[in-house]
Design a protein around this ligand. Sequence first.
Ligand code: GEK
Length: 246
Amino acid sequence: MSTTGKQHDNIFASPQARSDFVFDEKVAAVFTDMINRSVPGYATILSMIGVLSARYCTPGSNMYDLGCSLGGASLAMAHQMPHQHYHLYAIDNSPAMVTRLEKALAEPASAKLPVTVVCEDVCDTEISNASVVVLNFTLQFIAPARRAALIRKIYDGLQPGGILILSEKIRFPAPALNELFIDLYHEFKLARGYSQLEVSQKRAALENVLVPETIDDHKQRLQDAGFQSCDVWFQCFNFASMVAVR
Ligand code: GEK
């Protein structure tokens, strides 16, 4: 068993009965490869989350990486911070992910970082004195009916001037454009070595689990929660990242 999550992802390579996607041991073991080959611009997004965090993190404040998986965003944030006067909480409800991140943080290069890993539902996480909150491809997995309360809680826990970075798979209101971007996205995955079978089996497994919304849905929810301004800072096909300022 890999403890690093760097194994090659071939989870959907052979025909299998349809079942809902879960973030279990099998997924955690291949997660780094999976997300790099499945999210266009993932490496750029991580690196820019580090840049945005370094700009907005105020001394003595907390940062939160909600749905941290193996800590891609947490590590980008922590390693790009100009000071150590902050605390970063990395939250995920998958024990397989959290165990691996704890191991990675015990490595000498990261052992002194002010990061605490917590295994819990992000809807239960207490957020306070926050300057930066990150939801990097996590909100899409939260039941739609629970999303507004989570965004409001984040708003309430942010300092004035603090930011939420929200990355999501999105859908488009115009059906033709929606189909075009999904199609281009599937081409992107084929070009990264996934087979048609892998693409279609993964799509079916995510159908009830990952519920994408439009950019306007996200903007409306952020505005309703009280955020002063929000806009898209990155987009490639049906993947986007927004920043919202309290
Ligand atoms: C990255 N942010 O590499 N509570 C806590 N965690 C959750 C919940 C929940 N209710 N629902 C899902 N998760 C990461 C990538 S992956 C995105 C995030 C993807 C967790 C889930 O266990 C998984 O680790 C993560 O959210 C989503 O920057 O796989 O497309």
